[in-house]
Design a protein. Structure first.
Length: 238
């Protein structure tokens, strides 16, 4: 079956996220836009995933727990998991690898953790935008150990992408899916990098504002409308 997805959304936990990107607002907007499944992937943190999963379940929208990890090479990698517990088990490693540099909310924005009613219960102090002391190989290994799928984020961008920072996508990393921005010219990208055709491609919003969340415009073929169905589809080779 074909389902409408947006697998790269930021909550107010990401300092670059708008103050309106609260758990209830995100889920409600996804429902309004008719999406079947969403993933929230904050920078280097999973702290809003449990609350988001509860709200999504109450609103009959499939929720994929995720996180956008910045590797030592300053490459952004989406990590998506079958369960919230799998994602949360990665957090101690992310925390230990994050530089101890305090966030400056006036410059980068606030980093909020919310409760079920969208009340702020914590503000994360270390700046989550920093690169972790983990290589891309280490990140991929840890994600896969937890049954997740690692996806190079926005590979067509000129910053924080695997192509811009490393020059190419090495086959030894064994990715099955790559992410493009909505504005990417896939044909032109594949002409420049023919090996892109070896990967399944998804497009996401990388939404930092509610209005950026996708409409029913990006579809994923899955065998079943479950989190496992989505993860398996992303793991499958094209």
């Amino acid at each position: 079956m074909s389902i409408a997805v947006d697998l790269h959304i930021h909550s107010g936990l990401s300092p670059c996220g708008d103050k309106d990107m609260t758990p209830n607002n995100i889920v409600n907007m996804a429902c309004i836009k008719g999406l079947d499944a969403i993933a929230v992937t904050d920078h280097n943190s999973t702290r809003n995933l449990f609350v988001l999963s509860q709200i999504a379940e109450a609103n009959d929208i499939l929720f994929i727990p995720g996180v956008e990890i910045t590797t030592k090479e300053e490459v952004h990698v989406l990590a998506l998991f079958e369960g919230v517990a799998n994602a949360l088990s990665l957090q101690p490693l992310l925390d230990s690898a994050l530089p101890n540099i305090l966030n400056k909310p006036g410059i980068f924005g606030h980093q909020y953790v919310y409760d079920r009613e969208d009340e702020i219960i914590e503000e994360v102090k270390p700046l989550l935008l920093n690169a972790l002391d983990l290589s891309i190989e280490e990140v991929i290994k840890e994600v896969r150990l937890r049954g997740g799928v690692a996806i190079p984020a926005h590979i067509d961008r000129e910053a924080f992408s695997i192509i811009s920072n490393l020059g190419f996508i090495s086959p030894h990393l064994e990715f099955t899916t790559v992410e493009l921005t909505g504005k990417c010219d896939y044909k032109a990208l594949k002409e420049k990098y023919p090996y892109i055709g070896n990967y399944k491609v998804i497009r996401s919003s990388d939404a930092h504002r509610l209005t950026d969340i996708l409409e029913r415009e990006v579809f994923l073929e899955v065998e079943e409308l479950t989190v496992k169905g989505v993860i398996n589809a992303l793991k499958d080779k094209p």
